[in-house]
Design a protein around this ligand. Sequence first.
Ligand code: SF4
Length: 371
Amino acid sequence: MMKSPVNPELSKSEREQMIHQIDTLAKQYQKENGRKPVIMEVCGSHTVALAQTGLKTRLDHAIRFISGPGCPVCVTDQSAIDQMISLVDQPGVILTTFGDMMRVPGSYATLMEKKQRGADIRIFYSPTEAVTIAENNPGQTVILLGIGFETTIPAILAAVREAEEKSVKNLQVYLSLKRIEPILSTLLNDPDLVVDGFILPGHVAMIVGERHFNFLNNRSIPGVISGFTLDEMLTSLKQYLDMLTAGTPGVINNYQAVVTAEGNPVARQWISEMLTPVKEAWRGLGEIPESGYAFTDRFSHFRVSSDLLTQTPHRVKKTGCRCGDVLTGKIQPLECALFDRICTPDNPVGPCMVSHEGSCSAAYEMKETIV
Ligand code: SF4
């Protein structure tokens, strides 16, 4: 694991100098390899940051940026979304969720449409709000939708622990959690995916620690754990290209202000105590072994009751959406035939256009140009 000093803020001239260096290194790579270097930003927040800082547009001629599967809403398989939506058809259920799930289309409805038709669906800012809702509604079953990567998992587990401490019996949790390491390993095994390095997710790294990404060392591919500001993104790109062009791949922690070698020890303890890895279905990728989590036996009483899941119709709806290809870096959002024609943030066809962190939404907002 290589180290880098904590980033000082760059002056305007230092920024321009760094952009020039990135440009030069990228062109050197292009000359030697006959194509632009390809870097995947794994996290949706990096996708948004690249677009909002203008870096993607500025460097698009030199680097091919591809978005990865780091937006939890986007990677949730449609069958799971249908299952979540069908839960509100059960009598006596209150569904609680982060707001970004509300407009994701299932094969026959969205949670928003269900709410408009009278379903009891409540949006929380913190999963612990679901515990309060359960306490206030003892005669009903309150279901917490547990969606997210390692970043969000501790907040969901905090709610479970609070319910346990308060002996709240009517809280159930629908888990559709995602683990970062199995998905990156799966992508690297995909013969159709060309990727030369990763901007690694800073928020996930804050929980799992920089050592978690040591598996990349065996794959000889550069990875930089990055923050989200313009200067952090710039220095991360420079570090990636330094490693790539020198042929010295490794993992650099360029977000040392918040990411330690071991991550958050309490969160990691909770994860190992309360969850066990299981296979999980990903949009566009199918089931991946050990890429999700289920409760351990000790906490299995919080698992959503199988009685509520039995009546879950799922029919695959063919929409032409190519979120699966976007999430695996095979196409850019603008290469989807529906982009900005049928699919817009006001009328999203797929989750990548729904979520603020989705690649298609970021591309739409910035109206990027593909070269
Ligand atoms: S533009 Fe819309 S339909 Fe196309 S991949 Fe993105 S979300 Fe799916």
